[in-house]
Each structure stands twice: as C-alpha cells, then as structure tokens.
Design a protein around this ligand. Structure first.
Ligand code: ZN
Length: 175
C-alpha cells in the first residue's frame, strides 16, 4: 500500500502507538490500515460416487484442476459462499454438508475452509472461471495436475472418509 484509501495521502509503515506490529498508517487522516488474512471457501461436490472438479480458466494455475472455491464475501456465511462458488465455477447446485478441512496458508495470508457437499442434480457446466468441469471417479483424480497444495490436501482427506475435521498449515512451496 502506498497511498491512503481514505484521503490519498502517502502512508507510513510503522507500529502505531499501543500496537505491536507495523501497519500502514496515514499521517494526514490518521487512519490505520489493518491487513488481515482472507478466507477462501470451497467444497468437494459429490454425485453418485464421483467428485466435481474444475479446470481453471484463470491465473494463477490456469489449466490446472481444483475443487470449486473462492474468496468469501462480506455478509456471507461459509456455507453460502461455498455453494455460490460452486454455482459460479461449475454451474452445479450443492447441499453443503460437514466441514472437511481448514488449511492455514499463512505465507499468502489466507485461510481455506473446505466442506463436504452433495450435488442436488447431475447438472453442471463450466462457469466463466473454468475451462472444463468434470465428474471424476476417485481413482481418476489428476493428482499431478491439481492447482494448489490445499486442493490436494482436501481431496486426500475427503477420500479417507468419515466426518472428522482436518486442520493443517501449508508451508510455502519449495522452488
Ligand atoms: Zn488518510
């Protein structure tokens, strides 16, 4: 951040009085611009033993496969966000079930929350952010072509079965 989003004055990066971490602070209007992690919400939609995966039409990881997921909107519940993302990316209506995984992706300032879900009908189609959408049998999941480590983690935990909630932290990818 270079300029204050309230008054357009250049901001400073410093520890505000009484705080413990450096923040972007506007010396003109005194606004402290806090930056906190964003929530990504998604689900593993199942239909007749198969899982609905999307091939990404957008960067990052264009052309790689993912489960439907995206940023939670203000005023939206986790479950509603997961269902909305599934409609937007895969044109499928889902019933959101139990929480499957919480993935702390601290190096990109995100928390990913994934649910189990059931497709209410067999219908699906690519939304604008997907090149392809497919119902895939567990044995055919393209593990080498998954978009993100959190997707791999989510699908592996899903296939273990059961109803438990899995919590983990994803480290930065080694280059
Ligand atoms: Zn300002």
């Amino acid at each position: 951040m270079n300029y204050c989003s309230h008054c357009a004055h250049p901001v400073e990066f410093r520890v505000p009085d009484g705080d413990t971490l450096p923040r972007y602070v506007c010396p003109s209007c005194h606004t402290v611009h806090y930056q906190n992690p964003r929530v990504v919400v998604g689900c593993v939609p199942e239909y007749d033993g198969r899982l609905l995966l999307c091939k990404r039409a957008i960067e990052p990881r264009l052309g790689y496969w993912t489960v439907p997921a995206g940023f939670l909107e203000n005023g939206e519940t986790l479950e509603a966000g997961a269902a909305r993302e599934t409609w937007e990316e895969a044109r499928a209506r889902v019933e959101i079930a139990t929480m499957l995984a919480v993935v702390n992706v601290t190096h990109v300032h995100q928390v990913h929350i994934m649910f189990r879900a059931t497709m209410q009908t067999s219908e699906f189609a690519p939304g604008p952010e997907s090149l392809e959408v497919e119902l895939i049998r567990p044995e055919d999941i393209p593990w080498q072509l998954l978009a993100f480590p959190s997707v791999t983690y989510t699908l592996r935990r899903y296939l273990e079965g059961g109803e438990r909630l899995h919590i983990t932290e994803m480290a930065r990818r080694k280059r």
